[in-house]
Design a protein around this ligand. Structure first.
Ligand code: PMV
Length: 346
């Protein structure tokens, strides 16, 4: 049987995380860390997988279960439209995302046989860089191609969004759209048809001045961090969500003008509001404050609660020195890379 290999990039939020869930815009960049899925059709009813996250596990974790069982879990979750029981269940028995993702893709294609799956990802899990969205997108592309479906980007993206819903409860769809389409995108959640625009022309000239810094791994899942924001008093939350929306609009203009001073100011403003929304950490506050003090811009990326911080300064050397001085290693990634793609088919 032919094996199909597909990969999708992770993402970083330049701005607009959390508020994007409430209909405000976000600007999100695909990054040069990728998740790669190899899929081979199988005549049995089983899905077999092998997963290796370079950053997490030294030895591959293997899993196998029946397709029927995996589909049943997904159906009950979607029917109830209540994700609290799902999170409770996951606490007791951690969900196997690759398994759910592959089962869901096969169900969407009305395929009644299984698959052999191998996953290799260089995107750290649960760190705000879209590891689950990249997995969902690359899984949808690899499996559908292995079963000879030629799905459009929109179709791949829709399936990936359902996988993301399973994993996070009420995501915006921004992560999977960026991992699917690549580039730098302006995203607005407007169901049934979201507003998604490529803003490639707006990528600042010197991208290497954006650096990522990994702080402590987050303890909460994206869905739980979304719940923290949702549980805040409504008037308190609404005001801050609106500020993030306004700041994101201004960021679009600043990126277009390559206006570094405004980009930094807006990143810092967003970080302040995200901290007020209770999704920052002491570590992130200290790091972003240090970068602010040298005249740079820095903010958490994604759901927060730990994970990656995105930093920007025209003086890259000074930025790196400050990051190292705080005990971290700066991580350089390319922003605005290509979205999902087929790597090989043999
Ligand atoms: O931390 P991540 O990579 O799962 O990103 C979450 C981004 C949010 O805006 C907080 C949620 C969403 O669905 O857009």
């Amino acid at each position: 049987m032919a094996t199909v290999v597909a990969s999708a990039p992770g993402k970083v939020h330049l701005i607009g995380e959390h508020s994007v869930v409430y209909g405000e815009p976000a600007i999100i960049a695909a990054i040069s860390l990728r998740c790669t899925v190899s899929a081979t059709r199988s005549e049995s009813m089983r899905i077999w997988g092998r997963e290796l996250h370079q950053t997490l596990e030294a030895t591959p974790r293997e899993w196998a279960t029946s397709l029927e069982q995996a589909c049943a879990i997904h159906r009950s979750c979607m029917q109830s439209k209540n994700f609290r029981p799902l999170f409770d269940l996951m606490k007791k028995k951690p969900m196997n995302l690759p398994l759910v993702a592959s089962a869901l893709v096969l169900e969407k294609l009305s395929v009644r046989t299984g698959a052999n799956i191998k996953i290799r990802s260089d995107i750290p899990i649960g760190s705000g860089l879209g590891s689950s969205a990249a997995l969902a997108v690359s899984m949808a592309k690899a499996l559908s191609t292995a079963y000879c479906y030629e799905l459009s980007s929109d179709e791949i993206n829709r399936i990936a969004f359902e996988i993301e819903q399973f994993n996070h409860g009420t995501p915006s769809g921004g992560d999977n759209s960026t991992c699917c389409l690549g580039g730098l995108i302006w995203f607005e959640k407007r169901p049934p048809v979201n507003i998604i625009r490529q803003v490639e022309g707006a990528i600042p000239g010197n991208l290497s001045n954006f650096l990522l810094v990994q702080t402590r791994k987050r303890e909460k899942k994206t869905g739980q961090l979304l719940q923290i924001v949702r549980d805040l008093p409504e008037d308190f939350r609404v005001v801050r969500v609106k500020i993030l929306g306004r700041v994101t609009g201004e960021m679009f203009g600043a990126l277009g003008r390559k206006d570094a001073a405004t980009i930094k100011r807006l990143m810092n403003e967003a970080q302040q509001v995200l901290a007020e929304l209770r999704v920052s950490t002491v570590e992130i506050d200290q790091l972003t404050e240090a970068i602010r003090r040298i005249g740079g811009g820095a903010k958490l990326s994604g759901a927060g609660g730990g994970g990656f911080v995105i930093c920007f300064h025209e003086d890259r050397k000074r930025l790196e020195e400050t990051i190292r001085g705080m005990g971290y290693s700066p991580c350089e990634v390319q922003l605005g890379v290509k979205g999902v793609r087929l790597e090989a088919s043999a």
